[in-house]
Ligand binder design. Sequence first.
Ligand code: NDP
Length: 334
Amino acid sequence: MPTDVRLPENDLLALALDFLLSHGLNAPQGHSLARMLVDAQRDGSFSHGLQRLPGTLNTMKHPRFNRHADPAPESVSPAVVRVDAQFGFSCLAAERGIDALIGKAGTIGIGLLAVNNGFHSTALWPLVERIAAAGLVGLSMNPTHAWVAPAGGTKGLLGTNPLAFAWPRKGKPPYVFDFATSAASRADIAMHRNAGREIPDGWGLNGQGECTTDPAEVLAGAMLPFGGHKGSAIATMIELMAGPLIGDRMSRQSQDFDHGADAAPCHGELLLAFSPDIIGGAGVGEGAERLFAGFSDQGARLPGDRRYRMREVSARDGIAVSSALLQKIRSQTA
Ligand code: NDP
């Protein structure tokens, strides 16, 4: 959806919040989700920005969705904190656990936050950025739905399983990457279908398990992991770490739980935090900066740089958004 207008951040926050509250979501979840979506829109992460808002209606209609969820962190051990999202949107539960995660990692060097039973459809970078803002290294991952065939396989088994990482930098925004472990995101493939365009080889298989460049066939068949067996193994690790390790559903179970509702996947989410000061001691930051300098020396950019540039432009000129999307959101605000 092309962006053709720019609006102040507060206007978009109010728009998103009004939409969510008008459909009966409680205020804490409404504020948390509105913030996540507007932050993504502000940074040009459009796939996980305001265009996700209309789709929340399907999620809120899921028979198990809890509009009144009010999650609270529970300390499990000196390193582990758990928050049950109570079948609401997972972003509120993660936000409510993140200070405890940061506190634990800052005290003993490492912390683990397990978020359970949350409907999840947001980008992962906002929360790892929060961890890095506290001077810690952050890692986050979650399963989704079983849309991706394992390398060598023919049918969906793994999720698109995103992975995000943040490294804190003194006086600079953190190094952050955040991407799905499928060759392309499901949203990208759907965009190709809607535009009547073929997709590149290697993105997916048809219902017979054969390679195809037809996006509709892939959406009905199976997506492929990035990097062949390597992406397949990383996606499998995410299934295990953000599934059974934290006592939650993997992508197949999450899809079964959906039962055709077309809601956001409902599953767990794993966040890890590490203290460079405690683990590596003095010199950790300098070593990292030498590595990053090696990128700019050869004209390569760091992941996150594009978003930070977009953030500056949004602060100066307002946040880019599509007027057609604004109209759709307003018309669906009850
Ligand atoms: P991309 O393949 O677009 O990769 C995005 C990441 O790669 C960003 O960190 C980006 O930085 C970086 N990057 C892109 N191009 C370059 C480059 N040329 N040099 C250096 N770094 C680069 O992401 P996906 O489409 O796979 O995922 C997009 C979003 O979807 C993510 O935020 C992810 O969390 C989300 N997602 C969420 C799911 C969920 O379960 N909720 C499921 C799947 C995906 P920059 O932003 O600065 O360009």
